[in-house]
Ligand binder design. Structure first.
Ligand SMILES: [Fe+2]
Length: 273
């Protein structure tokens, strides 16, 4: 599967002193799955066909913008792409498959059924957050609220910031998790833009990130927590449909995955050195 020309890979290593083992994760984002099935209505089928055509055009636009691969192997339906991504993860067997949002192209019944079925069958552990194209929960795939998975010496914390903000309840939950002092890697959809990563983030329109000047109060608090809380060590996210990695605060990486429906995959290692 790894040699399938559909895929292109980035490798990242997040170093968190005190972590004893090497932990391997696969991160995918923006798979924008569109699906139909025997229960789909005529309108739903028409919408999926329309969206697939739209993405055939926009995948190339996004790939060109970031100088990423886009050729015949990437010219497949979002459903074929999604199946390939999941099959790859099953082959690579990460500790956890990280899905940072826009898993579905939009909430639609056949897509939700397909996603729930496919992830129900997934041979491994996964954690997903919603993207801006999705609802706060999707039965069997992601649930509203802040979710934590603990490892040796760090934790992955899934946060819904898909509307370029975080609810008061989620913000309080995230603060409580961070207050425990265990190193945190945040999994969310929307990247942040801070003075340190401004240069890189400004290659995208402001639609694509949370920034102090335009953020609402909760989003500003989220931003400040990420920047200044010692527990927060990294952010894994998506949304831009173009891969970037950078530091958003000294020693704190932000890794933005490329478009999953065009073959982007991050291979992520978390280790003590
Ligand atoms: Fe997206």
């Amino acid at each position: 599967m790894k040699n399938d020309p559909f895929f292109w890979f980035k490798e990242n290593r997040i170093v968190i002193p005190g972590v004893k083992e090497e932990h391997f994760f696969v991160h995918i984002t923006d798979t924008h799955l569109d699906a139909i099935d025997e229960l789909s209505t005529v309108e739903e089928i028409a919408k999926v066909e329309y969206q697939e055509e739209l993405w055939a055009k926009y995948k190339k636009i996004f790939a060109d913008k970031s100088g990423e691969p886009y050729g015949e192997p990437q010219m497949i339906s979002t459903r074929e792409a999604f199946d390939k991504q999941i099959a790859l993860a099953e082959e690579l067997q990460p500790e956890v498959l990280l899905m940072s949002g826009d898993n579905l192209d939009n909430m639609h019944p056949a897509g939700e059924r397909y996603l729930a079925k496919r992830m129900g069958e997934y041979k491994g552990r996964f954690i997903a957050v919603p993207g801006n194209h999705e609802d706060p929960s999707c039965a069997g795939v992601w649930e509203a609220g802040v979710h934590t998975i603990d490892f040796d010496g760090f934790r992955i914390v899934a946060v819904d910031n898909s509307r370029k903000t975080v609810t008061g309840e989620d913000l309080a939950a995230l603060k409580a998790v961070c207050a425990e002092g265990i190193p945190v890697i945040i999994l969310c959809h929307v990247p942040i833009c801070t003075p340190l990563c401004k240069e890189i983030m400004k290659s995208f329109d402001e639609y694509f990130y949370i920034e102090k000047g335009t953020a609402d109060e909760n989003a500003r608090e989220f931003l400040e927590l990420c920047e200044s809380c010692d527990a927060v060590r990294a952010i894994i996210c998506g949304h831009t449909h173009g891969y970037r990695d950078m530091e958003f605060a000294p020693g704190k990486p932000q890794i933005i995955g490329g478009q999953g429906h065009a073959g982007a995959v991050d291979l992520l290692t978390v280790a003590g050195k």
